[in-house]
Design a protein around this ligand. Structure first.
Ligand SMILES: *Cc1c(COP(=O)(O)O)cnc(C)c1O
Ligand code: SF4
Length: 347
């Protein structure tokens, strides 16, 4: 057993034990547990500094998860866009491969709350072969995202098996791996894994940090190891009420990520998923935060703000308004400092 697997085996996975460890009442935890799985590994748990801090809120169940009646279990209609088991084909040129529903911890805000952690489900060999054939048949697909759950909870051999197969398809230009492990279980990033991934360049790796408290010596080391292996690192953040919905927190997070060679890629408005409404942030608030970031830190530290439209509408970028008005050739702009500028010579 590798060290990361040992850590995983020591995860808190039941409400009663977790409640004892956190010295809180077990009643709420056990009620949530009946509906959504719990799992917090000892590393991520050690990042909690106090009750209800941003780490706590992301991993400790909250009674609101089961009290809410709004939201859907699959607002993005991922199941509808799944032509075969384990494959989501929403955009012509790229597909998402759902290889495992296990994660290194279950995030309370997860968009795929309906399926992660509920009875372990790994993409069956047979289904992978079908997905592989589908991708091979569809020449427009040039980008394959290996996702989940968390694909890095699979063993190195299994991941290599997927990569090896996908590499055989001529029209696949890039492979992406989506994994939260550099943040939530950085011990998963081992020299052996990096050696293996290196062989399948170009690999793009999107990880998932939401708060600067998640930036630790261990996570910095993990990201540096990946970057040293020639992997291009990006980060997807979920904007969440009470966790990271202010520009100071995000600035510190995004600047910290750049320092560990991770480029902030997307920041999501939370999806309308049932059981996650206590994390919702309004578009108005999100745009205000973007205005406080754009121009106030390196452009590279500012991810694109994304709303994934309901009913499978797809990812839509949102930007604050910089054009105040236009009259003929005259535009009025608002600059990053919120001052007005007039231009009269632009078509
Ligand atoms: C997000 C997503 C992608 C990738 O979108 P990009 O904008 O290219 O990062 C692909 N397929 C599905 C189903 C997705 O949800
Ligand atoms: S690691 Fe990702 S897929 Fe897994 S529970 Fe967290 S947000 Fe969901």
């Amino acid at each position: 057993m590798e060290y990361w697997q040992k850590l995983m085996s020591k995860s808190f996975t039941d409400g009663a034990t977790l409640a004892r460890c956190l010295r809180i009442n077990k009643r709420d935890l056990c009620r949530v547990e009946a509906e959504y799985p719990i799992s917090i590994n000892p590393y991520y748990l050690s990042l909690i500094r106090e009750k209800n801090d941003p780490i706590w809120k992301q991993c400790v169940p909250n009674i609101h998860e089961i009290r809410q009646t709004t939201g859907r279990i699959d607002p993005l209609l991922e199941e509808k866009y799944s032509p075969i088991e384990g494959l989501i084909h929403r955009y012509d040129d790229r597909v998402l491969l759902y290889v495992s529903n296990a994660c290194a911890g279950y995030c309370r805000f997860c968009t795929r709350k309906r399926k992660v952690g509920i009875k372990e489900k790994i993409l069956k060999e047979n289904d992978f072969i079908k997905a592989f054939r589908y991708i091979a048949r569809h020449k427009a697909i040039r980008d394959v995202i290996i996702s989940g759950g968390d694909p890095l909870l699979l063993e190195d051999d299994k991941i290599e098996y997927y990569l090896k197969y996908l590499k055989k398809i001529k029209h696949i230009q890039i492979i992406r791996i989506d994994s939260r492990t550099p943040c939530i279980l950085p011990q998963r990033i081992t020299p052996k894994l990096c050696e293996m991934l290196k062989k399948y360049s170009p690999i793009y790796f999107n990880t998932h940090f939401n708060h600067f408290q998640e930036i630790t010596d261990a996570s910095i080391k993990a990201c540096n190891m990946l970057a040293d292996s020639g992997i291009v690192l990006g980060n997807q953040t979920v904007l969440m009420a009470g966790v990271n919905d202010d520009s100071h927190t995000l600035k510190r997070l995004f600047e910290g990520l750049l320092m560990m060679r991770v480029r902030p890629y997307y920041m999501y408005i939370p999806d309308a998923v049932k059981g996650t409404y206590h994390f919702r942030v309004s578009i108005v608030r999100a745009l205000k935060i973007m205005r406080e970031l754009i121009g106030h830190t390196s452009g590279m530290a500012v991810p694109r703000l994304i709303l994934d439209l309901k009913h499978g509408g797809g990812k839509t970028p949102l930007l604050p308004r910089y054009i105040v008005k236009r009259k003929g050739r005259r535009y009025v702009f608002r600059n990053f400092e919120n001052r007005k500028f007039y231009y009269a010579d632009i078509e």
